[in-house]
Design a protein around this ligand. Structure first.
Ligand code: IPM
Ligand code: MN
Length: 355
């Protein structure tokens, strides 16, 4: 298969983890005879620095012309600590999601046997957890009208959703549940928010098309508790943009490190793959960032193109690295000297040697 991949390493540890993800893509392309063409572009703080804007036109063009986008991370403390800055790195990613209509963000959360000990949660609580989060990505508070008064003493962000926004992601989430354990939980705040009541109404209607899928509803405050108290009750979670952002970071505690969580953001035409961790500025340049979230994002990329064998081999190699203790310090308390690069090299060697 020929695939044109836009590569946006982004900020902080982004370039370091993406370098490992690219090594994996290359070794897979050789093994399976795929023709992968990479085009690199800037997004985020690096784009502001080099091209003056967080999402340069050229980056958008490269992404639009690609079959898939591999993205690293976004953000810089310089902006986080200065709320008066009008141009911000994150605007680049948000604009890209909007422009490419990447409305569904899919985040798998799994408790790996070998990393149970890395979670602060009890083994018996998390063991066997396997959750797939469907987070709506182009609506809600993130994209509603924003206001701030001239004196800077009043601000507002509008949360709005239309029926179609809810329908299109719900269809994907129900389909996913049908292929898994037939359970879907909608997380909302329908006791307070009009938008949540609309979500419940529309999701209930759609559920009629999927009678085999058991539909549950949970208020987000309760869900935040349940996800660490009894995560095994969840199969597919469906939720709006901000709730999904928060719940997925929380759920990463189950995996033992956020450095293990991959994601896919898909729309009708385009797809972007990225680790869910951010730019991790404290770790930048130290070689300690976990490349596994990015490498598993590559597995999701191959899966997206129905290249399941490629994806399975990557996951097997990741499992092997975890089992062998070839892990970055986030997973290894004995102040590991295993670097981002070493984890990547172990994984590609493993892939290379599989028959
Ligand atoms: C994520 C990130 C982004 C988000 C930020 C960087 C804008 O936290 O992908 O989860 O909030 O969506
Ligand atoms: Mn987030």
């Amino acid at each position: 298969m020929t695939l044109n991949i836009a590569v946006l390493p982004g900020d902080g540890v982004g370039p370091e983890v993406i370098a490992q993800a690219l090594k994996v893509m290359k070794v897979i392309s050789i093994k399976f005879n795929h023709n992968l063409n990479f085009s690199f572009a800037n997004l985020g703080a690096i784009a502001i620095k080099k091209e003056g804007v967080p999402l340069p036109n050229n980056t958008l063009k490269i992404c639009k012309n690609s079959d898939a986008i591999l993205f690293g991370a976004i953000g810089d403390p310089k902006y986080d600590n200065n709320p008066t800055k009008k141009i911000r790195p994150e605007q680049g990613l948000l604009e890209l999601r909007k422009q490419l209509n990447l409305f569904a963000n899919i985040r798998p959360v799994k408790a790996y046997e070998t990393t149970l000990k890395n979670s602060p949660l009890k083994k018996k609580v998390i063991c066997g957890t396997d959750i797939l989060i469907y987070r709506e990505l182009t609506g809600g508070l993130y994209f509603g009208e924003k206001k701030v008064t001239n004196d800077g003493n009043y601000a507002s962000d509008l949360c709005s959703y239309g029926r179609q926004d809810i329908e299109r992601i719900s269809e994907l989430a129900f389909k996913a549940a049908k292929n898994r354990n037939n359970k879907l939980t909608l997380i909302d705040k329908a006791n307070v928010l009009e938008t949540s009541r609309l979500w419940r109404k529309v999701v209930k209607e759609i559920s009629n098309k999927y009678p085999e899928v058991k539909l549950d509803f949970l208020f987000v405050d309760n869900a935040a508790m349940q996800i660490v108290q009894n995560p095994k009750q969840f199969d597919v979670i469906l939720t709006e943009n901000l709730f999904g952002d928060i719940i997925s970071d929380e759920a990463s505690v189950i995996a033992g490190s956020i450095g293990l969580l991959a994601s896919a953001s898909v729309g009708d035409k385009h797809a972007l793959f990225e680790p869910i961790h951010g730019s991790y500025p404290q770790a930048t340049g130290k070689g300690i960032a976990n490349p596994i979230a990015s490498i598993l994002s590559v597995a999701m990329l191959f899966e997206h193109f129905s290249l399941s064998e490629e994806a399975a081999i990557i996951k097997e190699a990741v499992d092997a690295s975890l089992k062998s203790g070839i892990t970055t310090p986030d997973l290894n308390n004995k102040s590991s000297n295993i670097t981002t690069e070493k984890v990547g090299s172990f994984i590609i060697d493993y892939i290379d040697k599989i028959d």
